[in-house]
Ligand binder design. Sequence first.
Ligand SMILES: [Fe+2]
Ligand SMILES: [Fe+2]
Length: 296
Amino acid sequence: MSTVQVTTEKTYLNRPKAIGIKVRKLSFNPSKIRRHFFANSPVMSHLLTALSSTFPIGEQFFVHSVRNVRDKVQDEKLQAQIAAFIGQEAMHSKAHAEFNDAWRRDDYNLDGFQAWLGRRDAFIKSVHPKFQLAVTCAFEHFTALLGGYVLRHPEVLSTLDEDAIKLWAWHAIEEIEHRAVAFDVYQAVYKDDRTRRIVMRNVTTGFASLTFYSATRLFMQDWRKSVPKVTQNAYGVYMISKMLISLIPEYLSYFKADFHPSEIDYSKIVAHWKDKLADEYGMESFREEDLPQLYS
Ligand SMILES: [Fe+2]
Ligand SMILES: [Fe+2]
């Protein structure tokens, strides 16, 4: 007589799902994106390309820093959120590598910068896992703030080519969806607010100088085409200044003792953009799931 063994062991079928964080594959054509894809402004376009050039290495580091301590997380729901976070960041890394390759085909030289970034990456991976995770928490605050800003300001995305809109809006939405995951892992494992805030101060100066340096490099590599566009560059500087000033209060909220990333409400603007991407850009993966949203 055969017997059926009943087990309470968890399988992938009965694991908790990551509510509100969905891994989506992006389908876009980076080679169709114009060189000065943001409002025909070299300053703003180079800034976004500079940010993109840091993402493949940067987002792999974010995943690494969370994986470092994953086995210390007991909460199954948080484990599911970690899995979704890793899936989203892996997709972002891949898409931005494709975007960067499109520029490599052009006459930009991103390789020297990426080699330097690789050496910084090796160094940061040698410090204590708590600091690595605090670095990720700080960057995740920035990516959520920047994502929220571009979604809330239609004048930003409306100037982009269609394929660039797909890339940046997709990334912005997913950064907002998973913005609390690294933070929740940090709180579950270390809960050291003092270190979290100190690391944010260092990351702020590091991130600002890194972005300025890499954007300036691209601008100078492209100077023959960049410099003559005086009006468009002035517009780019205006846009960057306006964005940075308006984000100061949200940035500073990170230093509160009781800060949590989900306290910033993006639900309406994210819902608006999901509908728009599904209806107007054919991105069916954004067709809204009837699932409860944790962090949108
Ligand atoms: Fe990302
Ligand atoms: Fe992220």
